[in-house]
Write a protein that binds this ligand. Structure first.
Ligand SMILES: Cc1cc2nc3c(=O)[nH]c(=O)nc-3n(C[C@H](O)[C@H](O)[C@H](O)COP(=O)(O)OP(=O)(O)OC[C@H]3O[C@@H](n4cnc5c(N)ncnc54)[C@H](O)[C@@H]3O)c2cc1C
Length: 395
């Protein structure tokens, strides 16, 4: 395991204490009620966490993507709804504007996103498909004079309907071009041209649905968005026209490292809770941790967590060094998602009946783990990406 330098270690410890002292005491009740954790978000904003990897000139902390990962891991050790709210706001909301936005777009949006005064969201998935983009994409944006007119809908968009949501980056088909690819979204033999358009919250023609009732991540905000002749200025095009596909591929590669960190945190939280429980809970005259069957379960949980952490540290290292990291990001997301899911199952088993009770964190971990094999690219999609990176798609 690479040793964290002093600055990273200080940040990790700060996040650890915040999760333990601020999040842990209240999150169980909020989760039961499915309430968005506004107060926790306000306090994270006060700590500068929403601006961690954003340069200081835009009001950020001037850190990097690995710093964000360390914080996500510590938050998810205690609760994943809070962690995903931060992850989506930074990796999916703010970073595309920083990476691809014009000087004007950066100046307009980044200071308020970095301060946590507002949250950003990223609308890629549609009701017709999330894995097959652009094949499943139907949302269109047509230039009419100096305005884009957007029609279509987006499914499962995190942070898109909170009281402090400020902007959604929407991927849309803005035309068709010669060339291969595009699947079912091809028109007259031409592939779709995809662009990203920034839609401020409250724009007429944008309808935000009620939040979904979810299996897990109950405190996070996830909604369907629909666009009916939704008009925004032509200047809201993020970066260049036709670059949407490349933009979201890069956004998702970085996001996968962050989700791998979050998954590692959940896996670690399962180890933490289990270690506590097996010392206290007694059966047949001993603490249950006395029995080798339980010890082996915890050893396996520790192995998975350690492996997941190594995988995301490695992907993050390549990402920060500017080296190709697509394969490593997919491996980290896959390994860490599996670790979270397997550890949540084992921790719940170790807790027996209490593991099935909502008042114990492991019950929450169990409900929160499954999405880690689905969101920001399913486990099958990660395997497809790894196979592609190994040259198997050319066969
Ligand atoms: C809580 C939550 C939050 C989310 N937040 C966001 C967000 O902020 N922004 C956003 O844009 N999206 C978001 N998503 C969407 C998420 O990224 C998608 O759900 C995910 O990418 C899968 O897409 P899908 O649901 O359309 O499943 P599908 O693409 O329909 O896939 C269904 C199944 O088929 C499998 N499959 C598909 N193609 C293949 C293939 N070629 N080979 C083998 N198996 C295949 C998949 O792996 C999966 O198991 C969120 C989802 C959830 C549940």
């Amino acid at each position: 395991m690479p040793k964290l330098d002093e600055e990273y270690e200080d940040l990790r410890k700060t996040a650890e204490s915040f999760a333990r002292d601020v999040v842990a005491p209240v999150i169980g009740d909020l989760y039961e009620r499915g309430e968005f954790p506004y107060d926790i978000v306000r306090r994270m904003a006060g700590m500068g966490l929403f601006g961690l990897p954003i340069p200081e000139e835009y009001g950020g902390m001037g850190g990097d993507g690995f710093a964000l990962c360390l914080v996500l891991e510590e938050l998810a050790r205690v609760d994943s709804s809070v962690a995903i709210t931060l992850e989506a706001a930074v990796s999916l909301g703010a970073m595309p504007i920083y990476r691809f936005g014009t000087a004007e777009q950066r100046a307009r949006w980044l200071p308020r996103l970095a301060s946590g005064e507002m949250l950003g969201a990223f609308g890629l998935t549609e009701p017709g498909g999330g894995s097959d983009v652009p094949g499943g994409m139907r949302t269109t944006a047509v230039l009419d004079g100096d305005e884009w007119v957007i029609n279509g809908s987006k499914a499962f968009i995190t942070n898109s309907g909170t009281d402090i949501t400020g902007v959604v980056a929407v991927a849309a088909i803005t035309g068709h071009r010669e060339g291969g690819g595009g699947g079912a979204a091809r028109e007259n033999g031409r592939r779709p041209e995809i662009s990203t358009i920034l839609v401020p919250a409250g724009t007429p023609g944008l309808t935000v649905s009620e939040k979904y009732s979810k299996v897990g991540w109950s405190c996070s905000d996830t909604r369907e968005l629909s666009f009916t002749d939704c008009r925004v200025p032509a200047g809201n095009l993020l970066g260049e026209r036709g670059r949407g596909y490349a933009q979201f591929l890069q956004t998702l590669d970085e996001g996968r490292v962050a989700i791998a960190a979050l998954s590692t945190g959940l896996a670690q939280g399962c180890v933490d809770e289990s270690l506590r429980h097996v010392r206290e809970r007694r059966a047949f005259g001993h603490p249950i941790g006395h029995y080798q069957a339980i010890q082996f379960k915890i050893a396996d949980m520790e192995v998975r967590t350690h492996t997941a952490r190594l995988a995301y540290y490695h992907a993050a290292e390549r990402m920060l060094a500017g080296e190709p990291f697509k394969k490593e990001a997919a491996i980290a997301k896959l390994v860490a998602g599996d670790a979270a899911m397997d550890n949540a199952r084992d921790a719940t088993q170790i807790f027996g009946g209490y593991g099935f009770m909502n008042e114990y964190p492991v019950g929450r971990f169990y409900r929160d783990a499954k999405i880690l094999e689905i969101g920001e690219g399913t486990s099958e999609v990660q395997r497809m990406l790894i196979g592609r990176e190994l040259g198997l798609s050319d066969l």
